[in-house]
Design a protein around this ligand. Structure first.
Ligand code: ACO
Length: 323
């Protein structure tokens, strides 16, 4: 059985850091309120002219070096993003060109904060069917461009950044001892559109619009849906929650991370949290957290790692990887 093995990963954050105190100078908020309600201390915000593709490229280069391969060995680039450089072409094709990759295919996936999990599901499926051998998967966002900087209920939550991984086909025996992606599970419910959306778009207003959110409702659905995705993914692999070594959640809010862990009886020490340092970076948040825990050697070869996320749509999902 073909398995998609992670052979390298990388990250990129804009140099510009905006603290909670900086935000308190712009809107009626405080460091204490933001930290208590979200766990966020700071976020990285792209400066004028800094685009999603710039961060995607930074993360991609790091992932390729980590994997020890050249861009010419890639069959595909998938960029999960809600904030592309342009309405078209896909940001993935910009990255393809800037990496000097002249073959294969490049395209974007859009599932907002679940984008990296959706991208992982697509990449794993393409590798397992033999359509591609080596895929560069990137989550990259400039969420700052979609924010209403006068709305204190949303502008304090998000940040910009990118994370990437290189997946490559390897033979496995077909059980959960295999190294690589064991399964992915993705879900959506379009009826919940109004809880999290932008009030604009190409075919409606010919603008990108601004992010609108019903925070409390998002919070409740997030804990329920993420917990369900974790259970679905672990059960599909014939594993108990307690068998999983590391949980790498979408970094939306520390209270969502804690609530989900409590609901499923997960040891909080197994949950990777980087939300304090970069806020909610949408499709970039899962790979940014993953890279942090790989770099500081918490996640080691052979560990069972569960990635999960939820975002606008709603969309949600999980992916289980033996590292
Ligand atoms: N600073 C100070 N006060 C604020 C701020 C702020 N930044 N934002 C809102 N408030 C005020 C509100 O106006 C309200 O005041 P009022 O009582 O006078 O009306 C009060 O704080 C309480 O507001 P609530 O919305 O009830 O606060 P809540 O405890 O629900 O926290 C939050 C808000 C942090 C947004 C929370 O609902 C949340 O995290 N929801 C999940 C949202 C999320 O993570 N979205 C990301 C995208 S989806 C995803 O990634 C899973």
């Amino acid at each position: 059985m073909i398995r998609s093995r992670v052979i390298g990963c990388g990250a990129c954050l804009p140099a510009n850091i905006v603290t909670n105190d900086d935000l308190a100078k712009r809107v009626d908020t405080s460091d204490e309120w933001i930290r208590e309600r979200t766990g966020i201390r700071q976020r990285h915000i792209a400066v004028e002219g800094e685009k999603t593709s710039d961060m995607a490229l930074g993360a991609a280069r790091e992932a390729l070096i980590d994997a020890g391969i050249d861009a010419g060995e890639l069959d595909m680039i998938i960029v999960a993003t809600t904030t592309p450089d342009e309405s078209f072409p896909a940001t993935a094709t910009v990255v393809q060109s800037r990496l000097g990759m002249t073959r294969g295919a490049a395209f974007d996936v859009q599932a907002v904060c679940s984008g990296f999990i959706y991208g992982l599901s697509v990449a794993d499926s393409l590798i397992r069917t033999g359509a591609a051998r080596t895929i560069l998967l990137i989550g990259a966002e400039t969420m700052s461009r979609l924010l209403d900087w006068n709305d204190r209920a949303t502008c304090v939550l998000f940040g910009d950044g990118a994370g990437a991984m290189v997946l490559q086909a390897h033979d496995g025996v077909g059980d959960n001892s295999d190294q690589g992606v064991l399964n992915t599970r993705i879900f959506s419910d379009g009826r919940l559109h109004d809880m999290l959306y932008t009030d604009g778009g190409v075919s409606s207003t010919q603008t990108v619009g601004k992010l609108k959110m019903q925070g409390k409702e998002v919070f409740k659905h997030a804990v329920t849906n993420i917990a369900a995705a974790i259970v679905a993914s672990s059960q599909a692999a014939g594993l108990e929650i307690g068998d999983i070594d590391w949980f790498v959640p979408h970094q939306a809010n520390q209270r969502i991370l804690d609530g989900t862990a409590r609901k499923l009886g997960i040891d909080p020490a197994k949950v990777i949290s980087t939300v304090a340092l970069h806020g909610n970076t949408s499709a970039a948040s899962v790979p940014l957290a993953l890279v942090t825990a790989v770099r500081d050697r918490r996640i080691k070869r052979g560990d069972l790692v569960l990635l999960e996320a939820m975002g606008g749509g709603f969309t949600w999902g999980a992916g289980l990887i033996r590292w």
